[in-house]
Write a protein that binds this ligand. Sequence first.
Ligand code: HEM
Length: 411
Amino acid sequence: MTATKLVNPLTMRDQAALNDPYPLLSALRSNEPVWWCPDAKAWIVSTYAEAQYILRSADFEKQIQRWKHMPNPKLTMFFPPFKALRETSSSWLLNLNPPDHTRVRALVGRTFAPSTINLLKPEIEKTAAELIHIAREKGQFDLVSDFAFPLPLAIIALIMGIPVSDRNLLKKWSNMLVSIAGGNRTLGSIWTSGNAIIELRKYLTPLIEERRKDLRDDMLSMLITAEEEEHNAKTRLNTAELLANLILFLVAGQETTVNLISNGVLCLMRNPAQLSLLLEKPDSIASATNEILRYESPAQAAPRLANKDVVVAGKTIKEGDMVWLLLGSANRDSKQFENAEVFDITRTQNRHISFSEGIHRCIGASLAEAECEIALNSLFTNFPNLKLVEQQVDFKFPFALRGPKQLIVRA
Ligand code: HEM
């Protein structure tokens, strides 16, 4: 047996490795669970206990204030797309540290409470039914672009208050923004996403102003009016924060949910006995969704920066060092999960970290789960004999956002 060479999974482009990164992740866990990766100039942490420890620890924080990304901060001042990305992403909840994070999370968090998400379920069901209707007409379709992509996009549009007639604009911006997610930053991708942010800010500003004057019973109005008592004074999101975080929902919630739904369909089709179990017991959809999240985690990596010297698994991570937590690898750690490499929708001990852990745990987790549950239930109830037309499935680059490029299926 040849030993798997340790390479940086975040930048790997080899299609076979992207399709099946699990031998590499297993080799990382066995040989170098906390690995200084010269190529990434960062630590790569692949085991569950260590990843969970770092995510929960106050010794690690978000890195954006120290701005270790390209381009150089001075450059950002001269080029509007760089400046727009820098300004907007600096206000993203995802990139804040306490105490700013605590305030914004309290303001944004309640909009995503499970009780609010329950109110969205009829809309998710309606959108899924419309997409199924179109798919039925086609007979053969691409599950990714015809079903998994438009479903979360419609719901994010609803949250942002974007009318149905403008959904194509949102699709365009989502495609422009996806290039900065997942640690895949090049000058070109930063330029493209910066331009999407400029356009989105221009589009959303009047929409927010209109909604301020005409508050409704919807999530955008909830975000506009969200108030927090702090030191006896009420705080609210200012317009720049609101704009930034609406854009973050698109960056953080679109591609991840597309991948969750697509990965789910693929896992079930590749494991027909598990699909039969689900069809026999549709109530097990929540447990199935949890297992899909563990087994093929849509977000494979999360970054942190050490704010002091810390020893983890015998390695000294120095203050200012970057760390990447491999969430999907942690989810396959046999020290945490029995038969970790087996896809089992009846698994009861399933505390995966696909939505991260600690203060940055995904705010959209309940929404993503609801969308996946409704999507898979409607799909397989309507098409119990769904077949993969092409068995060869290629996964997208970068590795950090894990999902198939396309899934050609026949109803
Ligand atoms: C399957 C779908 C999703 C996955 C796998 C996922 C994954 C994650 C992960 C791993 C983080 C934390 C990153 C870190 O610790 O550095 C996160 C944070 C976040 N996610 Fe999600 N996400 C999903 C869907 C969504 C949706 C639908 C939304 C909203 C529409 C959303 C909004 C956010 C926000 C705002 C944060 C930042 C939270 C904070 O920093 O306090 N996500 N997500």
